[in-house]
Design a protein around this ligand. Structure first.
Ligand SMILES: NC(=O)c1ccc[n+]([C@@H]2O[C@H](COP(=O)([O-])OP(=O)(O)OC[C@H]3O[C@@H](n4cnc5c(N)ncnc54)[C@H](OP(=O)(O)O)[C@@H]3O)[C@@H](O)[C@H]2O)c1
Length: 212
């Protein structure tokens, strides 16, 4: 598969690039910097592009079978840019006639009870609330894009660099936690989940939580 990977230079993006390349896919990795450290493969090309610009997304997506996103706001950026990014990616893909999108989302919008999202719980850190709310708003844009074959793949509450075990669980719309109530996934196993969803073509028009 020829995959356009948006946010390829990020912490999650680099691991998604590695996972896809190890499976034999061709990957075009996009970031504003145009440089992706630690990914060196003949099937990988790093390019510079601004994913808030639908024309740029359309130009970059042309000729690819699918788009994967690990886009995220920079440290000093307003988290609301996530909505701008989603708008531009959806519109750019339409213009390029590329249908398949797997988007790395946020855990804050996942349900932990019948009517309660993680972001609404007392344990959710205040410092992440703005980002979580913007991620939910971006999801709402995606949910309207019936003409695209999208999957919104959300990490566990905690996602960190770690080991690739190849094991993980998913739950539709819900936070995945273990028996002790801990919600965790390594970035490597999140990349496995993303690549599995992309390859299977399943979970279309679905929000999936991931974890152990
Ligand atoms: N528990 C959770 O729910 C959880 C935890 C961690 C992360 N996440 C989500 O997962 C996503 C990825 O996280 P991360 O930690 O891997 O992020 P990161 O390390 O900050 O990487 C973000 C990537 O997006 C790129 N980017 C940002 N704006 C761009 C633009 N306008 N055009 C093109 N590329 C752009 C960055 O490269 P340039 O800056 O060079 O453009 C970088 O490659 C984020 O949406 C984050 O919110 C969720």
């Amino acid at each position: 598969m020829r995959v356009l990977l948006l946010g390829a230079s990020g912490r999650i993006g680099r691991r998604v690039a590695t996972e896809l390349l190890d499976r034999g896919h061709e990957v075009t990795g996009v970031s504003r910097s145009g440089t992706v450290e630690g990914v060196d493969d003949p099937s990988f090309v790093a390019v510079s592009g601004d994913a808030t610009d639908p024309d740029a997304v359309a130009r970059l997506a042309t000729g690819h079978d699918a788009v994967a996103s690990a886009l995220g706001p920079g440290e000093d950026e307003d988290p609301a840019v996530l909505v701008e990014l989603m708008d531009a990616v959806v519109e750019g893909m339409r213009r390029a006639s590329v249908d398949r999108l797997v988007w790395t989302g946020g855990a804050g919008g996942l349900y932990v009870g019948p009517d309660t999202r993680l972001v609404e719980t007392d344990e959710f850190p205040d410092e992440w609330e703005g980002l979580a709310r913007s991620a939910i708003e971006a999801y709402e844009v995606l949910a309207e894009a019936d003409d695209l074959e999208w999957t919104y793949l959300a990490p566990a509450a905690v996602i960190e660099p770690g080991e690739r075990t190849g094991d993980y669980r998913t739950a539709e719309g819900e936070l995945v936690a273990d028996e002790e109530g801990d919600s965790y996934i390594s970035m490597e196993d999140f990349a496995v989940a993303l690549a599995d969803v992309l390859e299977s073509g399943e979970a279309v028009h679905t929000c999936l939580g991931t974890g152990y």
